[in-house]
Design a binder for this molecule. Structure first.
Ligand code: NAD
Length: 510
């Protein structure tokens, strides 16, 4: 494994070199790499469990420099016409397309993501910039027919510097998802990716710097959350905080934003209910249930981690999913055949294993998987796992696991399915599988979730709003809604007559 690890580390160094001058890892500020001077942060290969590379934490110093760069990038961005901004955002999408292969390989190697998923996600990033490029010159205001002699119109204005903090599970996808609407709305960005997976976000910032975008429009910080991230969130010039990550960190960030009276968009975790009725096409439903929980090794905020199954088909579904779980090709993220890669990091692997072990101690039954899969002795692999006979109060039935672990829960009626689905603090996503069209729409209305699928799972699009209810967060970060979230309205009053009957709030003497 040593030789394999060394070859992979060398390949990573080559890929880094394609994007970052001299292959140095550091914050990308105004198109330049600024190496950190804080504690060393190690990047570990999830496939081998060995060191891939290391870099120094940028800390508050890098955060201050990035925010200052973004403030001047914002001024220059605002000075351009909206159509010029749109052309530049389009050009960013083209840069992503032109470097798609290298970006996908960098993501696969450094984030442990199967190459086929990484390719698809990089393609989606290009689409995000293309979609929002079209919006840049269509952010219109309105005229309000006020009951006075004033012309009252409403402008939609950017907020300024936006600080965005992202997690490790889909680094470049999340970076594009947040950066594209922010800049289309006219803002400048400081993005702090997860310290575990910063490389593709840094590469994206360097690609943006190759376009006509003003220096400092998009800056990416390297470092820990409590160092670089917190400093950027707290900085007085940060006008909006966008956080994608866990509920616990979301709470801390929302607190910091509240202290500075800053608005915040939170995209947090989930425990989404995937509900299968007995009348569903069970072949499709079983396939959908696998994709919902096992793709990305379950490290997806919208993972369908609770499978609610109508009792008549419960045993059949458990058997089908248990069999399927053992057949999905797992292995090297760089291999074309791999459908499931490793867990992103050792801490997360241990958390998954502890939750599964606790459920067994408490009386749940493992129908498939549990622990390390056979034949994959290195790295952070976790076997696709199906848990049956779990009680509703067990952690596997109510906490986000963020791994390939499915908890199957039987139900007897539509009402009970809705009650179980909604018996969670989360509200990110959900799905129903049924041939009854009326019931499908009743479920869509009744389940508390920001995204709901009918006879489908996991499709999302930059064109459609995405976000959560309750502990899954608030605010929406795609579609037209994101443009609104990244702007504020300004009401402008213009007196149109020389001698108005009512002026400054007082009736005029005539
Ligand atoms: P995390 O909360 O541990 O970390 C996310 C980011 O926050 C990282 O960049 C981290 O450095 C930063 N951070 C940590 N402490 C901070 C602090 N005090 N100040 C500022 N920044 C800080 O999350 P994770 O483990 O990286 O990611 C997994 C979580 O992300 C899961 O809960 C998952 O559901 C969630 N997620 C949500 C969405 C969504 O859109 N709803 C998408 C992907 C992932």
């Amino acid at each position: 494994m040593n030789a394999v690890a060394a070859t992979r580390a060398r390949r990573l160094a080559e890929l880094i070199q394609l994007f970052l001058p001299e292959g140095r890892i550091g914050s990308v500020i105004a198109g330049e790499v600024m190496p950190g001077s804080g504690e060393e942060i190690e990047l570990v290969d999830a496939f081998t469990g060995r060191r891939l590379a290391a870099y120094a934490d940028g800390g508050a110093q890098a955060a201050d420099a990035a925010i200052a760069a973004a403030a001047s990038g914002f001024a220059a961005w605002r000075a351009l016409t909206a159509s010029a901004r749109g052309r530049i955002i389009w050009a960013i999408g083209q840069q992503v397309r032109a470097h798609a292969a290298a970006l996908a390989e960098l993501e696969a190697l450094s984030a442990g993501k199967p190459i086929r998923d990484a390719r698809a996600e990089v393609g989606r990033v290009a689409e995000m910039f293309e979609y929002y490029a079209g919006w840049a010159d269509k952010i219109e205001g309105s005229v309000i027919p006020v009951p006075s002699s004033h012309l009252n119109y409403v402008r939609r204005e950017p907020l300024g510097v936006v600080t965005q903090i992202t997690p490790w599970n889909a680094p470049i996808f999340t970076a594009g998802w947040q950066i594209a609407p922010a800049i289309a709305a006219g803002n400048a960005v400081v993005l702090k990716p997860s310290e575990l997976t910063p490389l593709t976000s840094l590469a994206l910032a360097m690609l943006i710097a190759r376009t006509e975008a003003p220096a400092g429009l998009v800056n990416v910080l390297t470092g820990q959350g409590h160092t670089a991230g917190a400093a950027a969130v707290r900085h007085p010039l940060t006008r909006l905080v966008v956080f994608v990550g866990s509920v616990g960190t979301g709470r801390i960030i929302a607190g910091m934003a509240a202290e500075g009276l800053k608005p915040v968009i939170l995209e947090l975790g989930g425990k989404s209910a995937n509900i299968v009725f007995a009348d569903a096409d069970l072949d499709r439903a079983a396939l959908g249930a696998q994709a919902a929980i096992f793709s990305g090794a379950g490290q997806s905020c919208v993972a369908g981690s609770r499978l609610l199954v109508e009792r008549a088909v419960h045993a059949e579904m458990v058997e089908r999913l248990g069999k399927a779980a053992t057949r999905i090709p797992m292995g090297d993220p760089l291999a074309e055949t791999t459908q499931i890669g490793p867990i992103g990091n050792l801490r997360q692997w241990r958390r998954i294993d502890e939750l599964v072990a606790a459920s067994v101690r408490d009386g749940a039954r493992i129908a498939a998987g549990g622990g390390r899969p056979k034949g994959l002795d290195d790295g952070f692999f976790y076997a696709p796992t199906v848990i049956d006979e779990a009680r509703a109060d067990m952690a596997v039935a109510c906490e986000e696991i963020f791994g390939p672990v499915l908890t199957v829960i039987p139900f007897d009626s539509e009402e009970e399915a809705v009650a179980i689905a909604n018996a969670t603090e989360f509200g990110l996503a959900g799905a129903a599988w049924t041939r009854d069209v009326g019931r499908a729409h009743r479920m869509a209305g009744a389940v508390r979730a920001g995204t709901f699928w009918i006879n489908a799972y996991k499709t999302i699009s930059v064109m459609s709003p995405f976000g959560g209810f309750g502990a899954s967060g608030h605010g929406r970060s795609s579609g037209l809604e994101a443009l609104h979230a990244y702007t504020a309205t300004k009401s402008v009053w213009v007196e149109t007559v020389a001698n108005p009957p009512v002026a400054f709030g007082y009736a005029q003497e005539r």
